[in-house]
Design a protein. Structure first.
Length: 272
């Protein structure tokens, strides 16, 4: 995780985020400085592929509020870069995106990264959407009702639900997204967000552990990283860090770096 005195928050959001608190990123940075952070990554949700809207069947609000728009990208990058310069004497700020991975839209994602990647320093690749009922995409973390509607055929079989998600994460880890592919996988076990609500709270079985091993091996081969995301600790129905402790321990043994991420969408959540 770097030198012991390197205190970094590698996963944060801004007032550009349509599902955030609206709190000012600048005040979040000021809090991080007061908390003794030396490094802070601004990783706003990158735009979603336009084609997704015709292949999505979840709550429309989940899609509409998931990310910034393509039109906002230049404004966001300008905004974040100005903060980077303004606070450069007090904290190292990285500008980047949390990019959504879709197996169906890898080309679009690669082209987006080719266009904007050279203006970023730190990026995350995450899975927030997964094919569910009717083969269409559904949001994994919008709310419990939407999750139940989209994945009701799998909820009674948690290991099958986990496997579907983890196979997407493995595809993300192995995907060719060009020279600006994000170096870090975000919240590897986000599928656990509603685990207490739906009774999904069980260990991954042997098959799923093997998929996780393959993910870690892929990251190791690419000099990739894992988001040690504490947001799950504060989610009503999750109550644990993403990923599970044993995964973090295995990553450390394999020398896959774990990068702390608060996933802060508000001032309160900075450094959580």
């Amino acid at each position: 995780m770097g030198a012991r005195n390197d205190k970094k928050d590698g996963h944060t959001h801004t007032e550009f985020c349509p599902h955030g608190s609206g709190d000012k990123c600048e005040v979040m940075i000021q809090k991080a400085i007061k908390m003794g952070f030396q490094e802070y990554s601004i990783t706003e949700h990158a735009p979603l592929p336009p084609q997704l809207s015709s292949n999505y069947n979840g709550t429309q609000a989940g899609l509409a509020t998931a990310s910034i728009t393509l039109e906002q990208v230049p404004h966001y990058l300008d905004f974040a870069t100005k903060l980077q310069q303004q606070y450069r004497s007090q904290i190292k700020i990285n500008v980047g995106f949390e990019v959504d991975y879709f197996a169906d839209y890898e080309r679009w994602t690669r082209e987006f990264l080719d266009q904007y990647g050279n203006q970023t320093q730190d990026n995350i690749l995450s899975v927030h959407f997964m094919p569910g009922i009717d083969g269409k995409y559904w949001c994994l973390d919008y709310n419990t009702d939407d999750f139940e509607q989209g994945f009701k055929n799998l909820i009674a079989q948690p290991q099958n639900l986990f496997q579907k998600f983890l196979r997407l994460e493995l595809s993300a880890a192995q995907a060719n997204l060009g020279q600006y592919k994000p170096q870090r996988l975000g919240h590897l076990t986000l599928i656990r967000k509603y685990q207490d609500y739906f009774g999904l709270s069980q260990e991954f079985n042997a098959d799923n552990q093997e998929i996780i091993n393959k993910i870690l091996m892929s990251l190791k081969q690419q000099d990739g990283q894992l988001d040690l995301n504490t947001a799950g600790l504060y989610k009503e129905y999750c109550n644990q860090v993403y990923p599970d402790d044993w995964i973090s321990e295995r990553a450390q043994k394999m020398s896959v770096p774990l990068v702390f991420g608060s996933d802060a969408h508000s001032i309160l959540e900075v450094g959580h």
